[in-house]
Design a protein. Structure first.
Length: 199
DNA sequence: CGTTGGATCCGCT
DNA sequence: GCGGATCCAACGA
């Protein structure tokens, strides 16, 4: 197997309580393992992330704690899910200390197992590349919605498993996608030349 | 209060 | 490349 066994909690990342930009980089290559309600399972590998925190004008946490963003201010390793554009969900992995609002937006991932199940949760498309190459596509494929708001990623039905980059892979940083404030900041991180990066 | 504009995706041009 | 779908938090009056 190219990746660790998807059991237990010993491989949960140990860097999520650190600086969110470092966490965003180290999350590249890590795995998300989804156990669906119907019994199926899928695994994806994170290839694109963005860092946000309460001191960043582009962040949902910038204006302080609210009902919507409260998970961002909670303990690291939990999931912040938000609904946007009237139809899409996106998700962040909460980072840094409890009380400090910070999270890493998961923008894209590479299907590793269960592509048929991921495809079944997307509508209309069958190209593997289009299953999880955008933040809302990823949430749709992994069936992430408000019911997973604040979910502890050490536990089923959605687990985060630490994994290093492959030999030869490296990290590139760019401006973030789709924001209007703090456009110049290089807080988007991608694995170089990975075809599953959103763009 | 009413208005505005998204951390998006998809289909059509 | 552009606009439509369609919710809701943030902001100004």
């Amino acid at each position: 197997m190219r990746f660790p066994a998807h059991t237990g909690t010993s491989t949960f990342p140990d860097f999520l309580d650190g600086p969110v930009d470092e966490a965003a980089q180290r999350l590249l290559g890590c795995l998300l393992v989804r156990d669906y309600e119907d019994g199926g399972q899928a695994t994806v590998r994170i290839v694109e992330t963005e860092a946000y925190d309460q001191e960043d004008p582009a962040s949902h946490a910038y204006h302080g704690l609210s009902e919507r963003n409260r998970a961002m201010f909670g303990p690291f390793g939990h999931l912040y899910v938000y609904f946007t554009y009237g139809m899409h969900y996106c998700c962040n992995i909460v980072c840094e200390a409890d009380g400090f609002g910070a999270g890493v937006l998961i923008r894209a991932a590479e299907p590793m197992a269960g592509a048929d199940i991921l495809s079944a949760h997307r509508h209309g498309t069958h190209a593997i590349r289009d299953l999880t190459n955008g933040p809302a596509k990823l949430c749709q494929a992994l069936a992430i919605d408000k019911t997973l708001y604040g979910h502890d990623l050490r536990l089923p039905p959605l687990r985060l498993v630490a994994a290093p980059l492959e030999p030869g892979e490296h990290i590139e940083s760019t401006p973030r996608i789709g924001i209007s404030k703090a456009k110049q900041r290089l807080r988007r991180y991608i694995i170089n030349d990975n075809p599953f990066v959103s763009r």
